[in-house]
Design a protein around this ligand. Structure first.
Ligand SMILES: C[S@@+](CC[C@H](N)C(=O)[O-])C[C@H]1O[C@@H](n2cnc3c(N)ncnc32)[C@H](O)[C@@H]1O
Length: 361
């Protein structure tokens, strides 16, 4: 992975307690920073676009405490997995620092455009030079009111910073929850021959973590956004090991042969798909997975999973343009996975995310 090289060489030499403290402090810093950011941007939104914020509900103090507890549990699991060698401890400190310093101011500069779009309820505005040919209709949206949706370099540069802020600095820790079941599920396969596909790989955060966990595996990623794939390619070429093969493709029509991958993963995609596309991506994941292989989905927690998240789920669909989120929170993905042919489906919840770990018979 790619923390500053001095840190990377320092970590194995540090006593465990100090490394853990450093990780907790790092996470605490990200959390406080995100809270500060959200606090100021919400206050500004209340001043400038009051109508857009009037339906946002306040979290009760009990819910806040519970959320903090669940966040701590997630971080403890992250630490324990690294300590147990599922992935290197240095991964815990992996952070796109250069992007942070370079692009963080743009998040503030973009805010007025985001407010304007949300005020005018404009969800499909793209810069004139952006080619919109060949994408599914559901995809051509300003998800999160994002400028240019997923279709510009600017969007790709800001995306990881924005997601970390939304999840109070815990987005990467939630992505890493797929790694232990992934590694355990592949333990009987020689790592050199393992092939893993990440559907909707975005800027490549999950592939970075899979690379650290399975250094010898052949990795593949698909996404519909050329800009995000370019960003992923940049980020993934910084780390040692074979470069993952990235392709522009719709998860509903994967450009691979049947029974090709030992494992398929997908992180934070399903809440952005309409129901029929969700089923089609699952069907495609089934088709390209080898018999005995696995499919792991990580996405938002769903309605009924944890009462303390109900207000957050309600606010999320108001604050961010997420047209399929409400439907997603009530969708039964176990049924969809079974319909495709998967079996032995395990479910896990960690902080704000839910995981489906399924086997192809
Ligand atoms: C919320 S982002 C998640 C990205 C990444 N997996 C992560 O962990 O941050 C959703 C991603 O899904 C991609 N996407 C949406 N619909 C898709 C589809 N039908 N096929 C492939 N990629 C898709 C978008 O371009 C975007 O990169």
């Amino acid at each position: 992975m790619q923390p500053p090289s001095s840190l990377e060489s320092l970590i194995p030499a540090l006593p465990e307690d100090i490394t853990k403290l450093a990780y907790e402090t790092f996470q605490q810093g990200k959390s406080l920073f995100s809270l500060g950011h959200k606090n100021i941007s919400t206050r500004l939104a209340k001043m400038f676009v009051p109508r857009q914020t009037k339906d946002i509900k306040r979290l009760s103090s009990e819910a806040l405490l519970k959320l903090q507890e669940k966040r701590s549990q997630l971080l403890e699991k992250d630490w324990q997995d690294a300590r147990a060698g599922v992935y290197p401890v240095s991964v815990l400190f992996d952070n796109p620092w250069e992007d942070f310093f370079r692009y963080y101011p743009e998040i503030w500069l973009d805010l007025t455009q985001i407010w304007q779009r949300s005020q005018k309820k404009e969800y499909q505005t793209f810069a004139p030079e952006i080619d919109r040919e060949g994408y599914p209709k559901y995809y051509l949206q300003n998800f999160h009111y994002q400028t240019d949706g997923y279709l510009s370099d600017m969007s790709a540069n800001l995306y990881d910073l924005q997601v970390e802020i939304v999840f109070s600095g815990a987005a990467d820790a939630m992505r890493r929850r797929i790694l232990a079941p992934l590694k355990a599920g592949l333990q009987n396969t020689s790592q050199k021959s393992v092939k893993v596909l990440d559907i909707a790989c975005g800027t490549g955060r999950t592939l970075r973590f899979i690379r650290a966990t399975l250094p010898k595996a052949s990795l593949y990623g698909v996404d519909l956004s050329t800009a995000y794939l370019r960003k992923a390619n940049q980020s993934l070429s910084e780390i040692p090991g074979e470069l993952p093969q990235l392709a522009k493709a719709n998860g509903e029509e994967l450009p691979y042969l049947d029974d090709c991958f030992d494992a398929v993963t997908s992180v934070f995609l399903f809440h952005e798909l309409p129901p029929q596309a969700r089923q089609q991506v699952i069907n495609e994941a089934f088709r390209v997975t080898k018999p005995g292989g696995m499919f792991i989905i990580c996405d938002s927690i769903q309605s009924g999973d944890a009462p303390e998240f109900e207000t957050i789920m309600h606010n999320f669909s108001i604050q961010y343009h997420e047209p399929y989120y409400k439907n997603y929170t009530k969708d039964n993905l176990v049924e969809r996975l079974e319909q495709a042919g998967f079996e032995n489906i395990q479910i896990e919840n960690h902080f704000a995310s839910k995981y489906w770990i399924a086997r192809k018979p």
